[in-house]
Design a protein around this ligand. Structure first.
Ligand SMILES: C[S@@+](CC[C@H](N)C(=O)[O-])C[C@H]1O[C@@H](n2cnc3c(N)ncnc32)[C@H](O)[C@@H]1O
Length: 197
């Protein structure tokens, strides 16, 4: 059930949601942040009461905040390497007051994935191999980091138990271990839902 004190109009359009952020962050939205309708759909699939969902590379928090708003019984966490993006995620979260949403500033390789049950993955490492898709120059990018991060997430997903859910958005299928079964896809196959068998 939605918390009636909150304002769902914020989640009707990307422009309304993106107003939570300063202009230079809004300009990045189309290319880098999950649209609200995708976040809702992904959240519907990943939300299981009392389970934890991790957004791997959470940016300014658009996925966690949207999914967390519609699913207050599920805990959503995002990890983000860029301090500025993490800070804007925290500011947006404070404005909407979502007790089931949490953000961590850091690199995903430092995180204990045992604390999370299900995962959202919006092709976070792409800027390492495609310079035109760089968000900014505050972090190092390289082919080596692309491989390191991809291997790290692949192995983490492989170690998860059956029934683990995963949503990928614009992500290559090679980044998903073979134990995960594709159960749904939409938006011209760029949004994919998986369950580990
Ligand atoms: C395409 S954006 C998606 C943002 C957010 N998940 C969303 O859907 O709105 C990918 C984000 O992943 C972050 N990222 C990439 N590699 C990371 C790493 N190794 N550790 C933490 N964050 C990372 C980037 O800084 C970027 O903000």
């Amino acid at each position: 059930m939605l918390n009636e004190l909150l304002n769902p109009t914020l989640f009707r359009h990307d422009t309304a949601f993106d107003d939570l952020y300063p202009e230079h962050i809004q300009e990045l939205s189309q290319m880098h942040w999950t649209p609200v309708d995708i976040a809702k759909k992904a959240g519907d699939f990943l939300s299981i009461p009392n389970n934890s969902v991790l957004d791997i590379g959470s940016g300014v928090g658009k996925f966690c905040i949207t999914a967390g708003f519609f699913h207050p019984e599920t805990f959503f966490c995002g990890i983000e390497q860029r301090e500025e993006l993490y800070t804007f995620a925290e500011i947006a979260k404070a404005e909407i007051e979502l007790p089931n949403v949490n953000f961590i500033h850091g690199n995903l390789t430092e995180l204990d994935f045992k604390n999370y049950d299900h995962f959202y993955f919006y092709n976070p490492f792409y800027e390492n191999i495609e310079p035109d898709s760089r968000i900014d120059y505050t972090v190092r990018t390289s082919f080596e980091l692309y491989n390191l991060y991809s291997r790290f997430v692949f192995q983490m997903l492989e170690e998860k138990p059956p029934e683990t859910r995963l949503v990928t958005f614009h992500a290559p299928e090679t980044q998903v271990p073979p134990g995960y079964q594709l159960v749904n896809n939409s938006y011209s196959r760029v949004l994919k839902m998986w369950i580990k068998k």
